[in-house]
Ligand binder design. Sequence first.
Ligand code: GCO
Ligand code: MG
Length: 412
Amino acid sequence: MIIDRADVIVTSPDRNFVTLKITTSDGVTGLGDATLNGRELAVVAYLTEHVVPLLIGRDPACIEDTWQFLYRSAYWRRGPVTMAAIAAVDVALWDIKAKVAGLPLYQLLGGASRTGLLTYGHASGKDLEELFDSVRDHQEQGYKAIRVQTGVPGLTSIYGIASNATFDANSGVRYDHEPAQRGALPNEEDWDTRSYLRHVPTVFEAVRNEFGPEIPLLHDGHHRMTPIQAARLGKSLEPYDLFWLEDVTPAENPEALRLVRQHTTTPLAIGEIFNTVWDYQQIIREQLIDYVRSAVTHTGGITHLKRVLEYASQYQIKSGMHGPTDISPVGMAAAMHLGLAIHNFGIQEYMKHGARTDEVFEQSFTFEGGMLHPGEKPGIGVELNEQAAAAHPYAQAYLPYNRLADGTVHDW
Ligand code: GCO
Ligand code: MG
């Protein structure tokens, strides 16, 4: 059996997705997610121009060898575009291998280590009333763990606040909590760290008072603080017992977390924009984090993320795989198989996709009682309805960016 063809399919049902479909000479197909939010077409070009021609004629069973070949033969290593492209190939080949074996992928990764995956959803509100409604709504949907994002007085638009009320993916209005917006230019948002640091602890106090001590609560700082500001936030949130505080400082400087760690016992998560084990080397070895945020889609696939998580397991660091709407159902399913199999699973982020996306990607994973399960279909359990996909052509969309009051561009 050889790889006969590989097609890159771009579709935009509720948002843009890039999918690689590999077909073998025996007619077995495998899917991989290569979606890189706001930079989708760079990965399309990387795959179409430089990877697909190298795949034709190869043995689809040689997953590790293909991974090493694509990674090392490029000479130019790492980076989000390269690692998303390699991830798509890797997941598609695992999908094929599991289909050929007639097993759900998690069986090939060691079998189930648990009955389901604890999942967190995104509650948000510009004020407490809206936020409490959103938390209740998520509890009604079954979520047992909830991320809390809040508006900040004085700031008009801010990361993580859903716009459910005006949801219409085709009008350019945001898709639920999806930060990317269709259009030719990125949206500008405003930011003020001092206002944020003052306000956030009051919100967590109110949420704990309303919903009690049991429910695991999470929060995402989205890379906006300096190390000492992040240390202060972690410290001020200690009374509210967070499951984790995410991305407190920009990801490029891992040493920043040393300082944060010295000041707070609030658990720390980072890594959604990391893409290799080398990005994690220091922070895992020095035990500066508690959760690895990488997605299968952005970290070289199952093969490479499994390596990261095995390394993390030596230090009692757990998985917290990235699962926003910009990870396609293919990428989500791959994460679920990996999460079910590894020992050091922590939690899985899950933002539901829209109805159009669910029509394009036929899924066999389930979400019940706050727990995800990848299902028992051979492979990863997701198929692409290509006819439905073709009805939604690529639409340019960008993530927003931040400016401070004086006009300075800030981390978003
Ligand atoms: C999260 C992330 C996302 C990112 C998005 C960017 O924790 O889910 O921070 O909301 O902003 O994936 O494309
Ligand atoms: Mg995040």
